[in-house]
Design a protein around this ligand. Structure first.
Ligand SMILES: Cc1cc2nc3c(=O)[nH]c(=O)nc-3n(C[C@H](O)[C@H](O)[C@H](O)COP(=O)(O)OP(=O)(O)OC[C@H]3O[C@@H](n4cnc5c(N)ncnc54)[C@H](O)[C@@H]3O)c2cc1C
Length: 270
């Protein structure tokens, strides 16, 4: 049996001190990815630092401009938050469609963005909404945070403390999920902001990305019909047993159209 140390500090300073060690120290959030990785020996930390004892990492604050979510806030809490549902309903909906109830009640937004699984949902929202990831050292725009498959701009010893989302004019998220894992085979987040339309795609490629060709098409005319004959290129998309690149490319357009259609329908009903 492999042994490891377990610590549960109550302040961020104590977390930073624990992470300063030159041993393999990992922070534990909801454990939905870290614990299975340890069981499979894919991660073999010497010490685990549980972030669950730090109240300031949990919760949602919102004003007219920004919604800020603490790193240890669970997906279930985001999905049920009055503030998120009022300001960015698409974000609450996204959180409510992650995994299953067990995953939503343990998994956290901080763990999700730090892990940057290529099929996870939050990165699409962060990129489309032009969010900022706040850490114990600095603030990083989402556009520079997600750097590759399971890779982020986080340095050794750096942890996510909160994510802040500018409130968009409107937004919608559409996801085609794997029936087994509930992860996104492809997910498309469309946000209409004061600066223009932003479209981010998850699941389709090794890392979340902005679909700038869809954005420029929608900038000319915002509506599902604008994408009727649009063909998203398959180059660079994932090609695996869950779906080939051509299928994923097709899904990007289909889901973008659906998301745009929902935004148009909701603006008509307001
Ligand atoms: C069955 C199943 C289905 C799932 N379905 C979906 C889905 O449909 N969509 C989706 O998006 N996700 C899905 N997930 C992922 C899940 O929602 C979690 O987001 C994910 O497991 C990581 O969050 P966590 O809080 O559990 O992090 P942990 O497992 O505790 O940590 C994951 C990694 O992030 C690091 N970490 C954690 N918190 C921080 C922090 N604050 N700062 C820096 N590093 C940190 C840890 O050290 C570890 O390396 C699924 C997971 C499972 C097991």
């Amino acid at each position: 049996m492999r042994t490891f140390e377990y610590e549960r500090p109550s302040t961020l300073d104590s977390v930073s001190a624990a992470l300063a060690s030159d041993r393999d120290v990992r922070v534990l959030a909801g454990g939905m990815t870290l614990i299975p990785s340890m069981k499979m020996r894919l991660a073999t930390p010497d010490t685990i630092v549980d972030l669950g004892g730090i109240p300031e990492l949990v919760g949602v604050t919102a004003d007219d401009e920004v919604v800020a979510i603490g790193a240890m806030t669970t997906h279930a809490r985001v999905a049920g938050s009055e503030e998120v549902r009022r300001s960015i309903p698409a974000l609450a909906e996204l959180a409510g469609a992650i995994g299953d109830p067990q995953v939503r009640n343990r998994g956290t937004i901080g763990g999700s963005v730090a892990n940057n699984d290529p099929a996870s949902d939050y990165p699409a929202a962060l990129l489309a909404l032009n969010a900022t990831v706040h850490t114990n050292r600095r603030s990083v725009p989402a556009a520079s945070f997600f750097t590759g498959m399971f890779e982020t701009a986080l340095d050794v010893g750096e942890i996510v403390t909160r994510v802040s989302f500018p409130v968009p004019l409107s937004a919608a998220y559409e996801k085609f999920r794997s029936p087994a894992s509930r992860y996104a085979l492809v997910g498309v987040f469309v946000a209409v902001t004061r600066e223009g339309v932003r479209v981010a795609v998850t699941g389709a490629a090794p890392c979340v990305f902005r679909a700038t060709t869809i954005e420029s098409t929608l900038a000319e005319r915002f509506g599902p019909d604008a994408l009727e004959n649009f063909r998203f290129p398959r180059e660079g998309l994932n090609d695996d047993m869950h779906g080939d690149a051509a299928y994923r490319a097709h899904l990007v357009t289909v889901l973008a159209r659906k998301a745009v259609g929902r935004i148009v329908a909701s603006s008509g009903s307001r």
